[in-house]
Structure formats: structure tokens, C-alpha cells
Design a protein around this ligand. Sequence first.
Ligand SMILES: Cc1cc2nc3c(=O)[nH]c(=O)nc-3n(C[C@H](O)[C@H](O)[C@H](O)COP(=O)(O)OP(=O)(O)OC[C@H]3O[C@@H](n4cnc5c(N)ncnc54)[C@H](O)[C@@H]3O)c2cc1C
Length: 474
Amino acid sequence: MYDVLIIGCGITGAAAAFHLSRYQLKIAVLEQENDVADGTTKANSAILHAGYDPEPGTLMARLNVRGAQLAKDLCAKLDVPYLPCGSLVLAFSPEDDATLHTLLQRGQTNGVPELRLLTGDEAREMDPNLSDRVTSALYAPTAAICSPWEYCLALAETAVRNGAELHLDTAVTGLERQEDGWLVRTSKGDFRSRYVINAAGVWAQAVHEMAAPATFTIRPSRGQYFLLDKSEGSRVGHVIFQCPGPNGKGVLVAPTVHGNLIVGPDATPVEGDDVSTTADGLAFVRDTALKSVPSVNFRESIRNFAGVRSSTDRGDFIIELAAPHFLDLAGICSPGLTAAPAIAEYATQLLAGDGLALAEKKDFICHRRRTRFHDLSPQEKAKLVEREPAYGRVICRCETVTEGEILEALRSPIPPRSVDGVKRRVGAGMGRCQGGFCGPRVVEILARELGVTPDHIVQDKAGSWLLASQTKGG
Ligand SMILES: Cc1cc2nc3c(=O)[nH]c(=O)nc-3n(C[C@H](O)[C@H](O)[C@H](O)COP(=O)(O)OP(=O)(O)OC[C@H]3O[C@@H](n4cnc5c(N)ncnc54)[C@H](O)[C@@H]3O)c2cc1C
């Protein structure tokens, strides 16, 4: 019998597991995919929003601002790439100027520190590639960028090191109320838990309706992106937004913590978790972004991708007890990445209010480090290679990722089982050639270390096979 069982291991479930793992509780996280961060958490803008956008008084507003504060410290402790670059919202017209004033007031009400209005010239001084047509801007110095999948992985790994169990490839298929909690039916058998947390992202409505009558509808909305090569990475130094509209925060241009430029997203209603990209959607993103930063060179695009927002008909995060001992963390659309640690704090308070006893562990672990060979000094590199020669074998040339780092990931609390799992952990395949060179070598290492033949290795999710069969004897 578990004390708390969490359904879904995106950033919401991982943050909840991490936060709860500081208490003496038996925790399990059930994730239907073969890795953590394999839903919306891996495909978003990666912005830790300052918090001027959500309506004052909403959960989004409160948890955004608190989450942004917590993220800074957490990323430092858990070795998650984080860059406090600040953001600018641009105005191009008198109507936009008025919107910026509204955002400023909203931000001040929400408790966002240091917000400031700039003239167009002041904004261009800070970010010289901004359009000449920018008339004013709202500057939010506390906005930051991070690596969303590493953030999720770091939280989940640390929860596991603190005793939480993670069950991958385990889809929850049914929930039955019992006297002392819940019987959770899954593709891997039954689990029993006193409390259940629903952190199932786009599928949170389906999970909710396994436990309680319908109270909200998820209306998935897809956002598409361009990721540009590092040659475009310094095109802007801040996250550049346009004024938000009915479809959300609009198209942004931003640096990434990995040194690239990200441009997107649009907002298109879709069914389920449809992450396909479309020519029309991408053309809209490109044309809209050029209004903010006319010199972006889209010929340097190295990848397109899409993520799906779990927007709902309620317009706010849905964080509430939907049934006895059953907590929804649903409708966690933007700013969910930012808010995640604050959502976890609030969720813990709600569970405590529902009778969950919280006794702190004395030996709670709250630190994590991994080797980043590329960032070491020549002396440190030499020392490491002498100690472990695998760090001397470069597997990904674009990003200078070594075999030693891949082996380290394979020995970590949540080892990768796919080529993209390796990419999310150590960055192999994230460069200009997008895995063209290192992909086959990563397959070989995974197969060797997992003790399977290469045709068992998938690109990402279950079934994304890379190799059909062996063609030559060997
Ligand atoms: C285009 C876009 C841009 C965004 N930009 C930002 C941003 O810049 N900043 C920001 O703060 N937020 C942003 N967001 C929002 C942010 O990405 C999400 O709020 C966050 O990733 C949601 O995380 P999650 O864990 O709730 O959902 P997910 O990451 O989708 O995780 C849910 C998990 O539950 C699992 N699951 C579902 N059903 C089951 C089941 N039955 N059994 C077991 N497991 C199950 C899924 O496999 C999945 O792994 C953006 C979102 C989008 C789509």
C-alpha cells in the first residue's frame, strides 16, 4: 500500500514527487511512456515566466510568481541549466502601449518585482536586433529560461534518490474507490494507494473521470516551433514577446540555455496529443516572429517541433480534491513549467488538509550533479579522461558529448532507454546535424549497455523503431 501515487511524470508529477519525497511517505509515480518528460514537458518555450500575464487572483498568477522564485534555487541545487535573461513584451501601436500598461499593473498586483516600461529606443539598446517599429516595451528582469526536460528529470531523479518509486511503461487504466484509499488498475497490474494525484497532462480529464464525475473539459491546443542553429543563438539576448491575445502569449523569439534560438508557438485546436507540424502553422510563426526581430535567419532552422497545451474550459489551473483522497493537478497549461514547484507545494498543503500526515525526513537529498565534459577546463578534462577513458571518446561532435557522459546517464537513478532519452540527458544529437553522426553510435552504446540487440533500441516512445532487422551475418 502506497501513501501517495502520482499519475504522470511530466514536470507537474515530477515536482509533486520531489516535494513529497522530503516526507516519510511511500510514493510511486506511474508513467505510461518509457521515459519521464515525454509529454508537453519536453515541447514548450522553456520560459520561466515572471508572472505579469495571468489574471490577478487566479491560481496561475499566484503559483507562477512563487514557482519562478523557487525555480532559481532548485535549478542551482539540482544542476539544471538556467539563465536569468529577462523578457521584453513589445508594443507596435497605441493599442499595444495600453496593453503594456495593463500588463504592468497586473504584474505589480501579482507581486512581480522590478517590472519597467521602456521606450522603443531603450528596448533596442538592450536588444539591438529588435524591429525599428517597436514603440515601447515591458521589461521583466526576473523572467528566465531553463531546460524543461532536464528540470523534470532532475526533480524525478532526486525523488527516486529520496525513495520514491518510478514505474515507466505503466498506463493507468482505471481507479476504484476503496475504504482506505484507491485501487489503481494499470497496464502492469494493480497498485493500492491511500492518496492519488492526477498529473496526467493532456489526459488529465480521462484520469479524472476514472475517479469522479466530469467537472472540466480539456481543449488541447498545439503550439509549433522552429529551433535554430547556434549561429542564430545570440540574435536576441532576452525572451522577446509580442502583446498577448485571445490565443495566449503569442509568438516569441528567445535564446535557449543550450545556445540556440527558439521561435514559436502558434495556437491551433487539436485532438488529444497531436504533435504534428504543419506548413501553415510554421509559416504563421515565421511571419509573426519577423515582425519582432526582422533579421532572424530561418535558413538556420535545424528542427521543427510541437507541444500540446492542456487548456480547459475553466481558464485556470484546476488544483482541487475531486473525490476523497484524489487530487487533480489538471489544466496545467502555460505557465505550468514555471509554476510546477509551487503547484507541488500547494498540492502538499491540500493533501495535508485531507489528512495526509507529513513527517519530514532527516536525510532528504536536495542536490545533484552531472558531468558536462564540454564545460570543463582542459586540465579537468585531462584528469577525467585519465581516470575514466570513456570520457575521452567523443560521441556527439556537434555538442562534444562523450561516451563517459552517456555511461554516467545509464548508471543514473532513471537511465535512458531510447536515443532521445540519451539526448535529453546529455545532449547527444542536439546539435546542427541533429544526431546524423552520433545516432548510430548511441544505438550501439545503448544496445551494448542494456544487453539487447540494436534492433531493440527505439528513437523515443515505444514502437518508434529505428532498425527493422539484421541484413548481414556478423
Ligand atoms: C506550446 C507550449 C508552450 C509552453 N511554454 C511554456 C513556457 O514557456 N513556460 C511555462 O511555464 N509553461 C509553458 N507551457 C506549459 C508547460 O509546458 C506545461 O504546463 C507543462 O509541461 C505541463 O506538465 P505536465 O506534467 O502537467 O504534463 P505533461 O508533461 O504532458 O505530463 C503528463 C504525463 O502524464 C502521462 N500520462 C497521461 N495519462 C497517463 C495515464 N493514464 N497513465 C500514466 N501516465 C499518464 C503522460 O504520458 C505524460 O508524461 C507551454 C506549453 C505548450 C504546449
